[in-house]
Write a protein that binds this ligand. Sequence first.
Ligand code: HEM
Length: 489
Amino acid sequence: MLPLVLFILLAATLLFWKWQGNHWRRLGLVAPFGWPLVGNMLDFALGRRSYGEIYQEIYTRNPGLKYVGFYRLFNEPAILVRDQELLRQILVGRNFADCADNAVYVDNQRDVLASHNPFIANGDRWRVLRADLVPLFTPSRVRQTLPHVARACQLLRDQVPLGRFEAKDLATRYTLQVVASAIFGLDAHCLGSHKRMAPPSRWLEWLAPLFQPSVWSLLETMSLLHSPRLGRLIGHRYVPLPLQHWFRDLVEARSGGDNLLQWLAESKRGLGTEELAGHATTLLLEGYETSAMLLAFALYELALNEDAQRRLHIELDEVAQRHAGNLIDPVALGELRYSEAALLEALRLHPAMQALQKRCTKSFTLPDQKPAASSALKVQLGTVLVLPVQAIHLDPAVYPAPNQFRPERFLIQPPVGCRFLGFGAGPRMCPGMRLGLLQTKAALATLLQDHCVLLADEDQCRVEVSPLTFLTASRKGIWLRFKRRTRRY
Ligand code: HEM
């Protein structure tokens, strides 16, 4: 009797798995089979490939389709959008309201400060939180943060490393120095002065490891993107508890001068201490890591591409001549168009978020998968729509010779539409883009005005992306060296 029961149970389980893994095919969609537990993301679950690479593979394997059905971790049916017009409708156009929520799981009770982040918040709460922050990033407000950036650049100039250095480490020191000053009016002591190394900095000690790749970061990424249950099981907090306490202390310790938090407190007098701490957390966490990664990757691509670096040096020299050698000036920075294009191109090749993931909150209809066909798909409530940023950025039909670093692309054609999603697009687009570009451009100009950047080792392999993190990180660091420039243009 027992063997028969076991046989029936096994057969029922197999049939259920078969039924579950064919969800999209039953609806008439072209889709791979979804495997139990891992869906189509086995390599991601095992820490072998980043989620961006997996999505890129699905994108590349299905040319000609407007979207593809596939299965995320835990065999959850999801839709990967390929078509530019559909992307536009979802991010900017008539379907924005149907899937405006980011598909991320954060427990609002345990992660009180993180729940103030517009990236995490949904619905009306998102609208309110975003509306609080957007006025901090108008062009004139961002220009007012320049003194903070300039002070950090001065420290950076005094501390250009001699010999091999890890670019992400240097970039994180710099961006933490900027954001501590711009947000709180505090000195993070991440960069020393006058060629002395910085004293130990709690900012570095506590914040630099937060986005580092590890087995733990893989579990955190899985919890954040795929499973609240896993998050509860491992006790995941987007902002660890000691940091939550420290951020509240920082809000109390902030200077009363010209800084983002002070402007916020003055312009929104109704904000309570907890809301201010929540906004401070958002500004801080969003403010340093993505910019540091961008700066590190831009230095790396310039080290690899001599022609691009020469062109950047020519621009720095020309603009410096017009501004008495001072590049950290609002007008001079505005004239550094090639430098900005180099940053955008580095972000195209190495997007901070390899995909945007939205959740359907109001059922809507997608046109047929194939351009000429006429049947439609009703997207069910709760379905995740993946917008594969990395795959789009590396699609030869969108960017010819997509693996080559060619800043000229963004000189000829500024990043418009959904071809470039380094900062997202539409009503949820990154509000801190101007500040992110300002601080990275200023650092690039400071570091390269008097130096060339080279790979640390001639036979160095290409930098590999870590499969273990939500925000793009390199697997083994980005090792470079500086050499003093001998030639001026
Ligand atoms: C180079 C640096 C940066 C990059 C590459 C970047 C990238 C992004 C991306 C891809 C998104 C998601 C957009 C979407 O969901 O459609 C985002 C959202 C966001 N970013 Fe940035 N970011 C950068 C710098 C900053 C800075 C400096 C701040 C503020 C200090 C900031 C604040 C935010 C916020 C608050 C959101 C959530 C917006 C919302 O959901 O409404 N970012 N960023």
